[in-house]
Each structure stands twice: as C-alpha cells, then as structure tokens.
Design a protein around this ligand. Structure first.
Ligand code: B12
Ligand code: SF4
Ligand code: SF4
Length: 265
C-alpha cells in the first residue's frame, strides 16, 4: 500500500521508474554507511529518469547536456515533493539524494564518491544490473536512465532483484570511449573519464589557474580572453558540464529504434 502510493506519485511527477530497497540490501563498499548521516534510515526509494534520445544521440554535447539538465531540474523538484509527501502523509522522516552534487570534496575521496551510490541503490531496488561500462542497465530503458533517491524511516521491503544479465558483452561501450577509461573490466578509470567528460571541471580549472599564475602580466590579459577561460566561466554556473555521453549512448540495450550512430559516424 505504502509502496503503491509512493510509486504512483513518483510516476505521476514524471519519473520513468520507481523502485524500493530495504537499507540492508544496499551495499556499496566505497560509500559511507547511510546510518552515519540518517541514524533511523530503513529504506531507499530510487527513481530513474530517462535521457531524451534525440539529445543523447546528438554529436553536439551542448544539445546532449540539455536533456541531462532537464532531468536534473525535474528530479530535484520531485525529490523535494516526495520527501514532503512522505513526511506529511506517513509521519516518517525522509531526505533526498540528488542526481550528482553536492559531493564531499574532502580527502580521501575528493568528489569521487557520492553520499549514496545511486548505481548500487538502483541495483538493490530491482531497477537494473551493472553492465560492462560500469553503469546500470534497466530492462526497459537500458543505460539511458539517470537516478536519484530518497532515504526514509519507512519500512519498505526491497523490490525483487533483476537476476538476468542484461549486458550482452558486445564491447561497443569500451570501443566508443574516447578516453580508454573502460579498458579494465569492472573499473572506470576516473581520471581518464574526467579529462574527457568534464574538461571544464575542477581539474581543468586548477590546470588553467596554474598556468595563469605562472604567466607574465601581459599573457595574463590574454588568458582572460581565452575561449578556455570562457568555458570555465560558463561551467561555474551550469554545474557539472558533461561533454561526453558515449558509454550511455552507444549501449544497444533498450535503445529502441531511434538508433545511435548517425551523428557520430
Ligand atoms: C563521482 C561520479 C562519477 C566520477 C567517478 C565514477 C566512479 N568511479 O564511481 C566520474 C566523473 C568519472 C563519473 C563519470 C560518469 N558518470 Co558519474 N557519477 C558519480 C557519482 C556522483 C558518484 C559515484 C560514486 O559514488 N562512486 C563510488 C563507488 C560507487 O564506486 P565503486 O564502488 O568503486 O564502483 C565502481 C566500480 O567498482 C564498478 N562497480 C561497482 N560494483 C560493481 C559491480 C559490477 C557487477 C560491475 C560490473 C562493476 C561494479 O562501477 C563503479 C565505476 O568505476 C554518481 C551519483 C551517485 N551519487 O551515485 C554519478 C553516476 C554514477 N554517474 C553517472 C553517469 C551517467 C556518468 C557518465 C556517463 C558521465 C555523464 N556524461 O553523465 C560517466 C560514466 C563513467 C562510467 N562509465 O563509469 C550516472 C550513472 C547512471 C547509470 N545509468 O548507471 C550516476 C549514477 C549519476 C545519476 N544520478 O544517474 N561519474
Ligand atoms: S563518459 Fe565518455 S570518457 Fe567517460 S567512460 Fe563514458 S565514454 Fe568514456
Ligand atoms: S555496450 Fe555492450 S558491452 Fe557495453 S554495457 Fe552495453 S551491452 Fe554491455
């Protein structure tokens, strides 16, 4: 009953999939124990939002990002609405885990580990399984879902796990990765991925500032008109500015008929 009411609202608000996991079934070795920041947590509600095919398949990464930004905005508002619904209707605490950030930027993880690993949460909630690209593949939408979650003090049983291996080991994601970040099975080379997928992220900004500090005053003036500086400026108010989507976009599982590849050659 509880699950039905929450699922119904999540879907009505625009999520494409909604799943539930008892906190005991959520296991993510590198992530913190959720009880350290919500002592009474008993379950996770995980929501998935599909990427827009036309955007994801575009060779223009700004167009691809438009779909992501829309999903992020919708998911943030929905998390807030759902948390409020749970607290108002069922008198139980709820807290939202947003799409990606804010992240804990302190050592040792320095922005590379979320408070909740949404992939492990999605797997625990029966929404998908890991594929060769280390992303979660859902039976209906394939890799083309992004996830958010709510932590709650409601007792909710886990949805049945997916036992089928949805990855067909075709290797397309590995071939398509321009950074070679997926070469080692079971591990994404984070630094290689970051360089290509977020060139205007913190690594890019630090590199640029280092060069700026070492430059002559004359060259520093040129640095301020450099297109690279303008991209860093733009990223500072957009948030994480993803510039590569190839591992999600190239995976054929659940891609329907709107085939990837035309714009990418
Ligand atoms: C930090 C982060 C990154 C970092 C580091 C990734 C990393 N190693 O975890 C960087 C910048 C590299 C990154 C890149 C990308 N990310 Co990212 N990222 C996150 C974030 C914020 C935290 C991830 C985290 O906590 N990792 C730490 C733990 C979980 O990692 P781990 O235990 O070491 O697990 C790794 C491996 O061991 C392996 N693994 C673990 N268990 C198992 C089990 C099996 C069976 C297998 C095969 C593998 C496997 O997978 C992980 C990848 O290295 C999440 C959001 C969130 N809060 O979860 C999004 C998230 C994981 N990212 C996502 C996406 C889509 C991307 C990108 C495609 C970029 C883009 N354009 O959007 C790439 C894909 C890279 C890839 N193919 O792995 C989505 C994934 C959605 C999905 N369908 O699975 C997430 C969940 C965001 C979201 N809200 O949907 N990301
Ligand atoms: S986002 Fe791009 S660079 Fe990163 S793993 Fe996927 S394909 Fe490779
Ligand atoms: S592209 Fe192929 S190998 Fe990669 S995750 Fe998808 S099905 Fe698996």
């Amino acid at each position: 009953m509880l699950k039905d009411a929450i699922r119904k609202l999540g879907l009505k608000l625009g999520a494409d999939v909604v799943g539930f996991a008892s906190i005991e079934d959520y296991r993510s070795e590198r992530s913190p124990d959720p009880k350290t920041f919500m002592p009474g947590v008993t379950s996770l509600i995980v929501l998935g939002y599909r990427e827009i095919d036309g955007a994801l398949d575009s060779s223009n990464d700004r167009i691809s990002l438009s779909s992501r930004m829309g999903a992020m905005d919708l998911s943030k508002a929905n998390n807030y609405r759902l948390a409020r619904f749970i607290e108002n209707e069922f008198d139980a605490r709820a807290a939202a885990v947003n799409f990606s950030y804010p992240l804990d930027m302190t050592p040792p993880t320095m922005g590379l580990v979320g408070d909740i690993s949404l992939r492990h949460a999605a797997v625990a909630a029966g929404l998908g399984v890991f594929g060769r690209h280390n992303l979660v593949i859902n039976p209906e939408f394939g890799s083309r879902l992004i996830y958010t979650a709510l932590l709650t003090e409601l007792q909710l049983a886990s949805d049945p796990p997916i036992t089928e291996d949805l990855c067909n080991d075709c290797g397309i994601c590995v071939e398509q990765c321009p950074a070679g970040a997926l070469d080692e099975e079971g591990k994404t080379d984070e630094m290689k991925c970051l360089k290509v997928s977020q060139p205007s992220g913190i690594g890019g900004l630090i590199g640029y500032l280092r060069k700026f500090i070492g430059a002559t005053p004359e060259d520093q003036k040129k640095f301020l008109m450099d297109p690279r500086f303008l991209s860093l400026y733009q990223a500072s108010f957009i948030g994480f500015q993803y510039q590569c989507f190839r591992c999600i976009a190239s995976c054929p599982v659940g891609r329907k008929n709107r085939a990837y590849g035309k714009a990418h050659g």
